[in-house]
Design a protein. Structure first.
Length: 709
């Protein structure tokens, strides 16, 4: 099967009849002649010989074939591509167009997205009347240009031309799912899926194509097959995460070298408050980091502030071919209290509950900004925005917690959250087991609860703490105190536990060797298990002077760990917490435009969904700024190494997957769609036929001369 790219020239095939017409008009006719000699008789017999007659037919065939080949060559025939629909069948086409931040990479003044848009427009231009198509833009939250595939190709072309590279990370897996859904709406047997991207390794390596229909043709179009050089800021964090006035803090910038050669990268820090000194009192602070190929390094800035204030800290790199990851921001808010989400089913106003004492210990002076802001919430009411806005989460006696919340809390911890769980309550054993099942297999819960021990009926009626690991950062504040300060606490009930895993940090032990406090890392977060309760029926912990500083040091210790995984990225949600207010809340994005924002008036949790652009979002209640949020590019977008699309192709039948590109020696996507052109072979054939016609004509002349000699 083949197709004609210039089918409008088809009537010119009639020109192939010209040699036949000329032949018929110039054909010799028999005439009666008087031949005076035998010489002339021989010439006549030679002209009418069988060989002479066959020569005329051969010349006619060669001339006809030459003209026909020339005409067909101008029709530009091509062997039909397996991507094209057969006959009059209409195609259903979906194009996945990568619009993530890495597609803004520019080389020679042309961005990767510009190349991708050119390829997408080429595909749309080659569609036939009646074909249905749609575009899926691949960002953090993939969207389609039209609700369903359409025959309005002009509208799709307009959508492609107007699209710009976003600040977002590409969610390739979700984009493929959306594309499959759109393919299902085409109601066509001939389905084609085009994926046009730089195939950045961090975005595409784990993408599966199992959901793509078996009868769909898939074409991977790579727009950047060459190595791309880049240096980007992949992190900007503050230690501790909730700094206090007068307390030393450190801002740390992480830089990634996405190139095949070592390089030295300078980093510059600036603060939004011109009166705030940087480093040793200078307004300008810069440093450089030496990086090996495809490796990261850190640059740190030490700071100390004497007054509560809120300011922005910006780290910048020199400009390069990918500008989006050369700037990173964070907000230093010295007047903000760390927020603790307390998940409990207890009444926080009942003096018999553990939650009552925890709320008051964490924030003893309601009129002060010292301590922690506690947001009690029932276990059934916990949601992701609350977790994302919290600096730490405490679980204390929440027996009605649904199993799905265990999965949510496990993801919270693994993604960088700080989770404190009191081993206290009727269902704590079941809950810790369920939590462990949701954690990574390599990092399960450090212990399991096997039962509840009630020692009130024993001779002494209580147990005490006998061992403490004071070298831990969670207990270092008590290093100069004697062990008896912790040993004064009387515990009437506690949980019996399994042996603590070696990877965990055993902080406190009871007299019988049972673990009383254990900390371990989960993913990029922290899990602290406290085998104790301040409820009066379980201990006299709440009456001890050490109770308040002990809870504070536990929280400060686990919050000291970086929580970069809880950063807000473009295309996702950004959240924080403020004191609940009835004033009108306004949020302004980095471009000065007002964006929608929602607030839980009970907890003060604020959510921007989605936060489209990278930069600082300012929130005001009335005329007063109450918070500022930093949204930064996803660190994965700085690694510009591409995956070989053949690795993606291997996940499908090779007979239904194709590779192409716009660089190097790769064929253009339009050529693959139209098929393999063969017009140049026809042109060569026509020229060869003309040469053959000349040769046969010369042979005929020589033969006549020989016969008449």
């Amino acid at each position: 099967m083949f197709s004609l790219l210039n089918a409008g020239l088809w009537p010119w095939i009639a020109a192939a009849s010209v040699p036949l017409v000329i032949h018929l008009l110039t054909r010799r006719t028999r005439r009666r002649m008087d031949l005076p000699t035998v010489k002339f008789l021989q010439r006549t017999l030679a002209h009418q010989s069988r060989i002479f007659r066959w020569r005329h037919w051969l010349l006619l065939a060669l001339r006809t074939l030459a003209i026909a080949a020339l005409v067909v060559a101008f029709l530009r025939p091509a062997l039909l591509s397996p991507l094209a629909a057969q006959g009059f069948e209409r195609s259903g086409v979906v194009i996945v167009l990568d619009v993530s931040e890495s597609m803004a990479y520019s080389s020679g003044g042309v961005s990767s997205l510009a190349k991708a848009k050119s390829q997408a427009l080429s595909v749309l231009q080659d569609l036939r009347a009646g074909d249905h198509a749609n575009i899926v833009f691949c960002g953090a939250q993939p969207t389609s240009a039209q609700p369903s595939p359409t025959t309005d190709i002009a509208a799709l072309q307009t959508s492609v031309r107007s699209m710009e590279a976003t600040d977002e990370r590409a969610d390739a897996a979700s984009a493929i799912n959306v594309a499959v859904e759109q393919l299902g709406k085409t109601n066509s047997r001939a389905k084609r899926l085009y994926i046009i991207s730089d195939f950045q390794r961090t975005n595409w390596s784990d993408v599966k194509f199992d959901a793509v229909p078996a009868d769909a043709r898939v074409l991977f179009v790579s727009v950047d097959s060459t190595a791309r050089q880049n240096a980007g800021l992949t992190g900007l964090k503050i230690r501790p995460s909730t700094p206090c006035v007068g307390e030393p803090l450190t801002v740390q910038a992480e830089v990634f070298n996405s190139s095949s050669s070592p390089r030295t990268v300078p980093v510059t820090f600036t603060l939004s408050d011109p009166s705030a000194p940087l480093g040793t009192g200078s307004r300008n602070f810069s440093d450089s980091v030496q990086l090996a190929p495809y490796s990261s390094g850190n640059v740190s800035l030490p700071l100390t502030f004497d007054a509560p204030q809120r300011m922005e800290c910006t780290a910048t790199l020199p400009q390069d071919n990918l500008a989006g990851d050369n700037t990173r921001r964070l907000v230093i808010d010295l007047g903000r209290m760390a927020t603790v989400l307390l998940i409990t089913d207890e009444d926080t106003n009942a003096t018999t509950s553990a939650a009552y004492y925890l709320v008051r210990a964490l924030h003893p002076d309601p009129g002060s900004v010292a301590g922690f802001r506690v947001l009690p919430v029932h276990s059934n009411a916990v949601n992701n925005p609350m977790l994302k806005a919290a600096d730490a989460v405490m679980v204390c006696n929440a027996p009605s917690m649904p199993p799905v919340q265990l999965e949510v809390l496990a993801k919270y911890a693994v993604s960088g959250g700080s989770l404190v769980w009191f081993l206290y309550g009727d269902r704590v054993a079941e809950q810790i087991k369920g939590l462990s099942a949701q954690l990574p297999k390599s990092e399960p819960a450090p212990l399991q609860v096997e039962g509840i021990a009630n020692v009130q009926s024993r001779a002494k009626g209580f147990v005490t703490l006998s061992e403490a690991r004071y070298e831990s950062k969670l207990l270092k504040a008590f290093r100069d105190l004697t062990a008896s300060d912790l040993g004064h606490i009387k515990f009437y009930k506690f949980s019996l536990t399994s042996e603590v895993q070696p990877r965990a940090e055993l902080l406190l032990k009871f007299e019988d060797g049972t673990a009383a406090a254990v900390r371990c890392g989960e993913g990029s977060g922290n899990l602290l298990l406290l085998n104790m309760s301040p409820a009066p029926s379980w201990s006299d912990l709440a009456r001890q002077q050490i109770f308040l500083p002990l809870m504070h040091e536990f929280l400060k210790g686990i919050l000291a760990k970086d929580s970069g995984a809880l950063e807000a990225f473009p295309g996702g949600t950004a959240s924080t917490t403020i004191e609940p207010t009835s004033a009108t809340l306004t949020c302004v994005d980095p471009l000065g435009q007002v964006v929608p924002v929602t607030m839980d008036k009970t907890t003060g949790s604020i959510v921007i969904d989605p936060a489209r652009r990278a930069g600082i979002y300012h929130l005001t209640a009335g005329a007063q700024e109450v918070a500022a949020l930093a949204v930064n590019p996803h660190p994965d977008e700085s690694d510009l190494r591409s995956i070989d699309p053949r690795e993606l192709e291997s996940q499908r039948e090779k007979s239904r997957s194709y590779l192409t590109g716009s660089t190097g020696n790769d064929p253009d996507v339009s050529d693959l769609d139209k098929g393999t052109p063969i017009w140049h072979y026809l042109l060569i054939f026509a020229i060869a036929a003309l040469f053959a016609e000349q040769a046969v004509g010369r042979v005929g002349v020589r033969s006549r001369k020989g016969k008449t000699a």
